[in-house]
Ligand binder design. Structure first.
Ligand code: HEM
Length: 415
């Protein structure tokens, strides 16, 4: 058996933080390999890239999630006791709860709520000198997803809940005061969510049967018990938070429409290009750099030994831009998605494998449907100017956004 190639230096944490989207793929290319070994936060870690690596990462029996997530990410982004840390039968059972929310008509209803928000917001945008698009989209998505989930959101709480939900995904990786603010946001959101779960159980709040609040409050785990309030709160936030985070993809969509303006006319003329366009945004614009797991019990792959307990990182962004899977991988070419055969391992912006049995994101259809709705609206229903601003995406920042959060001017509705 060969020994796994090693990255330079004793610990790669800083190099990874400085170059979160390129570190794994660039190191693999330099070493001419699909995987290498290093230390991250002083822990031995195997880093992997590419579709073959994704296939082994998502094979059911080799890797587990329990204990794979750094504590600071659990205390902010994910919370404790939620689906992300479950394995085997417990995971597959809990996953059914999320998948039951993803019916086509139910997702269309959420899209309808966002379109309604756009119609409500547009007159105000016309009246303003400038619109910070990211801020407005986060607010609209907070309102839409709360309504969709059956979560009451009084007008006076909209700004606070939007800011708290944003802190979970924007500041999860931060160090210092921002990290502490994200922890506080999680604490307050979990208390709020657990209160609503209790109200549903006590019959004081009666959301519709198909709403996330109802489904989660009444869900029974494999042992037949309802979820402890804190865990149910974490799972409700596992729907609210990432739906608000779709605002990042929506700003990236607006960014792509600006950077590749020839696509505006194409999209106006051919509705069939909308999906390829947003898929190309999901492939090429960076969001989550990697996902983590641990080796369940020692196994061998491509002649290399993966020792029990070792942490493994799968490179999502590098796999989406791997030249072995994609022609001209760094070029924005939505046409590539027109006739592409589906593959669970080479296009993995929201994780890979199977939605029911692996940890692949159950919210992919929500992300695509929301991106399409906003993209269609920007192309067909409004005209606007993009303010002269620095539109570089700060890739040291997670998730990467333009510094001014995409400022639009002279927004007017097409009649
Ligand atoms: C903003 C766009 C989104 C991105 C970039 C994203 C990304 C991801 C990634 C990378 C994973 C982990 C995959 C893995 O561990 O292998 C994941 C899991 C998950 N996502 Fe998303 N996601 C997004 C939107 C959503 C939405 C809208 C929902 C709403 C339901 C959602 C709910 C979840 C849940 C519950 C999991 C855990 C699944 C499991 O452990 O089985 N995500 N997502």
């Amino acid at each position: 058996m060969s020994s796994i190639p090693s990255a330079e230096g004793f610990d790669s944490t800083l190099t990874l933080l400085r170059n979160p989207y390129g570190f794994i793929s660039q190191t693999c290319r330099a070493l001419d390999t699909d995987l290498f070994e290093t230390r991250i936060l002083l822990q031995k870690t195997i880093c992997m890239t590419g579709s073959a690596a994704a296939e082994v990462f998502y094979s059911d029996d080799k890797l587990i999630r329990a204990g794979s997530m750094p504590g600071r990410i659990q205390k902010t982004l994910l919370g404790e006791g939620g689906i992300q840390g479950l394995d085997g039968a417990a995971h597959q059972h809990r996953k059914k709860m999320f998948m039951s929310l993803m019916g086509t008509e139910h997702i269309a209803a959420l899209q309808g709520m966002s379109l309604h928000m756009l119609d409500n917001y547009a007159p105000d945008w016309e009246a303003r000198n400038e619109v910070v698009f990211y801020d407005k989209v986060r607010e609209m998505l907070t309102r839409a997803v709360c309504a969709w989930c059956g979560v009451p959101l009084p007008e006076a709480e909209v700004a606070t809940r939007t800011a708290q939900l944003t802190a979970l995904f924007e500041d999860a990786g931060a160090i210092g005061p921002k990290h502490w603010a994200a922890r506080l946001a999680r604490h307050r959101l979990e208390k709020w969510a657990a209160g609503m779960i209790q109200q549903v159980r006590d019959g004081e709040l009666q959301p519709t049967q198909e709403s996330a609040l109802h489904v989660i409050a009444t869900w029974r785990d494999l042992d037949g018990a309802i979820l402890p309030p804190k865990v149910a709160a974490v799972e409700l936030l596992n729907v609210l938070r990432p739906t608000v985070a779709v605002s990042v993809f929506i700003v990236q969509t607006a960014h792509a429409l600006h950077r590749y303006p020839e696509w505006q006319e194409k999209l106006r003329n051919d509705e069939g290009l909308l999906e390829p366009f947003v898929q190309e945004v999901r492939r090429l614009y960076p969001f989550f750099p990697a996902v983590a797991a641990r080796v369940k019990s020692t196994f061998e792959w491509q002649g290399y030994r993966f020792p029990e307990g070792c942490r493994v990182l799968l490179d999502l962004y590098g796999t989406n831009t791997d030249p072995r899977s994609w022609d001209a991988p760094l070029e924005f070419r939505p046409e590539r998605f027109r006739d592409r055969a589906k593959n669970q391992y080479d296009f993995i912006p929201q994780g890979g494998g199977d939605h029911y049995t692996n940890h692949r994101c159950p919210g992919e259809w929500i992300a695509i449907s929301q991106m399409k709705a906003f993209c269609r609206y920007l192309v067909n229903d409004v005209k606007y100017d993009v303010q002269d601003q620095d539109l570089e995406l700060g890739t040291g920042e997670l998730p990467p956004l333009p510094e001014n959060r995409f400022i639009m001017r002279n927004v007017r509705r097409r009649r």
